[in-house]
Ligand binder design. Structure first.
Ligand code: ITT
Length: 200
């Protein structure tokens, strides 16, 4: 079984774009659930990134029965005991998440502003078998928004002195949580394809 097309169970166009950019050089096309005809937005009521990624992947797989990829991700801030974490998408109305987080962090000194982005990707193959891969990107929360690229919390997430919104998407994908999780997934898919061909 050679996988050349995967449906991504997401309604977030930025996640889709990043997954497309990461998988295109590897010969895998990623299409959106909408493009594939799966109009669904399941309730993300899991307690972990993995549970939510599986909820999203299964919702689309149940409709299409084809290879599906889902990403659940978020920003975990040490000074906020891991918040917003799995609640990152619901922390504030879209476009206001950075301002709200900066406000919550206004009295936190630089050395205590450590944070990490986490992604868990859930992949279901055509038979519904699950693969889970995690990616983590350590960084810090800045004192102000900076940069215009990316999405979500990128303008306040500092990685080696620059905000993710100041990175090109290529630079971000090379070091990001999502990049790491998807590269791990690709390695597993590749190993399975190779062993499948070797068996023949
Ligand atoms: P889907 O569930 O439809 O995939 P979503 O945006 O609701 O889209 P999540 O529930 O996984 O996705 O929420 C993740 C949130 O975390 C996302 O909305 C952003 O606010 C934030 N986030 C995740 N990855 C990010 C990244 O690479 N850069 C900036 N913010 C990110």
């Amino acid at each position: 079984m050679k996988i050349s097309e995967i449906v991504m169970a997401t309604n977030n166009p930025n996640k889709l774009r990043e997954a497309q950019e990461i998988f295109a050089p590897l010969g895998i096309t990623v299409i959106s659930q909408k493009e594939a005809g799966a109009i669904v937005e399941p309730e993300e009521n899991g307690r972990t990134f993995a549970e939510n990624a599986l909820i999203k992947a299964h919702a689309v797989y149940d409709l299409l029965k084809c290879p599906v990829l889902a990403d659940d991700s978020g920003l975990c801030v040490d000074a906020l005991r891991g918040a917003p974490g799995v609640h990152s998408a619901r922390y504030a109305p879209k476009g206001q998440e950075c301002r709200k987080l900066l406000h919550a962090m206004q009295n936190v000194p630089e050395e205590q502003r450590t944070a990490k982005f986490v992604t868990v990707v859930a992949f279901l193959d055509v038979d519904g078998r699950e693969i889970l891969c995690e990616g983590v990107c350590p960084g810090a929360i800045g004192f102000a928004e900076s940069g215009t690229n990316g999405f979500g919390y990128d303008p306040i997430f500092l990685y080696q002195g620059k905000s993710f919104a100041e990175f090109s998407s290529e630079e971000k994908n090379a070091v990001s949580h999502r990049g790491e999780a998807l590269q791990k997934l690709y390695k597993i898919l590749k190993e399975r394809n190779l062993s499948y061909h070797a068996d023949k």
